[in-house]
Structures are given as structure tokens and as C-alpha cells.
Design a binder for this molecule. Structure first.
Ligand SMILES: [Zn+2]
Length: 384
């Protein structure tokens, strides 16, 4: 039994062990196929050594989540969620898996995104587990694959339900109530293949696509960027991938463009499709449009019991009220919200997610641990 789960030394030791255990997402960095198995085993063992029932749940073959549960099922239930995977290490200018501590900063791949948060959750749960009369139930969702297809979070919500969730992506101590969604679309224009000399027969699918692109860009500049949300900023769209043509002396028969639209709370994939169809019509060309993937935006009630619990806990622990905020990037929070589980995000501070140098502010990890434990207690008090 650990005397004080919030001891700085204990949390630092845990964080360093997490960084020393590579957990690069194997789908996005196939050259570094570590995956989450080793870190999931480490975390599971860490919890069991503290008397906490923990288990591995395979979100997909070789892609484990760690699940644990403490407290009483008769009271309200709260999920604490962090992802175990990291992006790859290509281009890093610091040793990725040898955590260095300097001026209260802990360096290494995943220190900021988001092993600092994993360490904070573990400390919070270890502290809460010492309470034999916890008036609610904390479910741990330490998930795989957030950096790619969110296999882990999607598997978790299929298996478990709860009254609320706190995601812990780094948020510089702000209370995140909203994030954007995204929609991936594929557009195809058709031309007419002909020998390169046959201007009288050939029609270039690429030239058609150029006019579609012109129209898409105008729509982005003049319409989407003016659609502003108070927490997450403007909507946007960009042309991400393009492919077309079969040879230099052939009029291209087909051109395929893939675009990404970043959506605001309230915007749906159906709306994105309809708007894109209208934009194509405006270009005077024709294109087939196909929806490849969509992930919903998040908007969470700023007065919900979970938002209030986290806000009050952060105010009590840090001495100042956290700012209500939104972020432009997508996170797993929307997956919980889509299942009817109110979700907010609160996490540590640092620099360098997905970058060459990454570090997390250690004080913010320790205070995040305390905020999470305090938020659980406050949530159980108001929700029961
Ligand atoms: Zn992350």
C-alpha cells in the first residue's frame, strides 16, 4: 500500500516508467510497431499491486485497453480516460524513451500527449481506492489507438456505461467543453481518355477538378471561415490528397480528390455532403462525392454536474477558476458524448505534442491528479 499516492516522487517515478515503455501507435508509425501491449501490461500490474481490480480488454487483436473499477456500483459512475498510445518518434531531437527531468519539466515521447495524464489518473485512482466508503464508482478507461481510429474508446463505450466522463488530454489547466469534429470526403471527376494529340476528343478530368478545387477554396475562405463558434473558432476545409491521370500523352480519365472538413458543434455529415454538392454545382462541373469517415464535434453543457465538479475541484486545488474553453483538434470526448455520457476534458500543461521536443510540466501533472480525485468526490456528492 502506498502511503501518499500524491507524493511527487511516486508520481514522477510512475511517469518516468510510462515514458520508458514505448507505446507508439503501430498504424500511424508502422516502422515503430510497439503498440500498446507493453504499456497496458505495466499499467495493469501497477494497479494490481495497489489492490485495484484491473483487466485488459482487447479493443482489436493486439490493441489492449486497460479497464479498472473502484468504489460502489450503487452510486453514480464516472469514467477517467486517457490514451496509452503515442505518435512516432521520427524527427525527434531528444531521446524519446529516456525521460529527462529539467526545471520541473519531464521530457520524452508521450510525456505531454499524454502519459502525464495517465500518471495523474493512476495517482487519483490510487488515492480514491484508499477510501472504503466511496459513494460512487470510478471506471478507468486507459485506451489504445486515440492517435488513429479511436479503436480503444469506441470499444470501451460498447462495453461500459457511466453517468459522466473526464477526458484528460493536455489542456493547460483549462476546462474543455467543446471540440471540432471532422468529415472526410472523396470527390471524383471523370474526363475522356484520348491520345495526347487528340484535343478534339480528349477531356481532362484533372482540369475539371481544378475548377472544383477553385470553388471549394472560395467556399472555405468566404463561407466556412466566417462561421465562427465561440469556443472552437471557425469551420474550415482543405484539399488533402489528389490523384489523377495515367500518362503524359493521355488525357486523364479520372481525378480523385480527398478533402477534410473540420466541423463545428451543430454541423452534421449530411450538411457537409449537401454543402459540398452545392459547391461542386457552382463550379459548373460534375463530381461524384463519397463520405469516407466522420467524427462528431463535442459541445458539453457548462453547467452540467460533471462540468461543475471539475471546475470546482480545479478551483479548490489550484486556487483559481479554470477558464471554459474549446479546442480545434478532435479528441475521444465526442465518442463518450455520442453514447449519452456527458464528457468534459481537463489535463496538464506542456509543449510539443507530435513534435521533435516534447515535455510536460511536472507540477501540472501533480495538480491534475489532485483535481481528478477531488472532481470524482464532488461529482459523487452532487450526482447521487
Ligand atoms: Zn492525445
Amino acid at each position: 500500500m502506498v502511503a501518499d499516492p500524491f507524493s511527487r516522487q511516486e508520481i514522477l517515478h510512475t511517469l518516468q516508467s510510462l515514458i520508458r515503455t514505448p507505446s507508439v501507435n503501430p498504424t500511424i508509425a508502422p516502422a515503430e510497431p510497439y503498440g500498446e501491449s507493453a504499456i497496458a501490461a505495466f499499467v495493469c500490474d501497477w494497479l494490481k499491486r495497489r489492490g485495484i481490480r484491473a483487466s485488459i480488454e482487447q479493443a482489436a487483436p493486439g490493441r489492449p485497453n486497460v479497464f479498472a473499477e473502484i468504489g460502489s456500483r450503487t452510486g453514480p459512475s464516472l469514467v477517467l480516460c486517457a490514451h496509452l498510445d503515442t505518435v512516432g518518434t521520427a524527427g525527434m531531437t531528444i531521446p524519446p524513451f529516456e525521460p529527462r527531468v529539467e526545471n520541473e519539466k519531464v521530457f520524452g515521447r508521450g510525456s505531454y500527449d499524454m502519459k502525464g495524464s495517465v500518471a495523474a489518473i493512476l495517482a487519483a485512482v490510487a488515492a480514491l481506492s484508499q477510501d472504503n466508503n466511496l459513494p460512487g464508482c470510478v471506471l478507468l478507461a486507459l485506451v489504445a489507438d486515440e492517435e488513429d481510429a479511436s479503436l480503444g474508446a469506441r470499444d470501451f463505450v460498447r462495453r461500459h456505461s457511466a453517468d459522466a466522463a473526464i477526458l484528460t488530454e493536455p489542456s493547460e489547466g483549462r476546462l474543455i467543453l467543446a471540440h471540432k469534429g471532422f468529415v472526410w470526403l472523396e470527390l471524383t471527376t471523370r474526363g475522356r481518355a484520348a491520345h495526347g494529340s487528340r484535343w478534339d476528343l480528349g477531356v481532362s478530368a484533372i482540369a475539371k477538378m481544378a475548377r472544383v478545387i477553385e470553388s471549394l477554396e472560395r467556399f472555405d475562405r468566404e463561407t466556412l471561415r466566417r462561421r465562427d463558434h465561440p469556443l472552437v473558432g471557425p469551420a474550415s476545409q482543405h484539399c488533402a490528397l489528389i490523384e489523377g491521370g495515367s500518362g503524359l500523352s493521355t488525357y486523364s480519365e479520372k481525378c480523385v480528390l480527398r478533402i477534410e472538413r473540420r466541423t463545428l458543434p451543430g454541423e452534421t455529415p449530411e450538411q457537409v455532403l449537401a454543402e459540398t454538392e452545392a459547391v461542386v454545382r457552382e463550379s459548373g462541373e460534375e463530381a461524384e462525392i463519397r463520405l469516407l469517415l466522420d467524427r462528431p464535434p463535442l459541445v458539453s453543457d457548462s453547467n452540467s454536474p460533471i462540468a461543475r465538479a471539475v471546475r470546482d475541484a480545479a478551483t479548490a486545488v489550484t486556487g483559481h477558476k479554470p477558464e471554459d474553453a474549446g479546442v480545434a483538434y478532435w479528441m475521444d470526448a465526442a465518442i463518450f458524448a455520442a453514447e449519452g455520457i456527458p464528457a468534459v476534458n481537463y489535463g496538464p500543461s506542456g509543449v510539443g505534442a507530435h513534435e521533435a521536443v516534447e515535455w510536460v510540466d511536472f507540477d501540472s501533472v501533480v495538480s491534475c491528479a489532485r483535481v481528478l480525485a477531488e472532481a470524482a468526490r464532488r461529482f459523487f456528492a452532487v450526482a447521487s
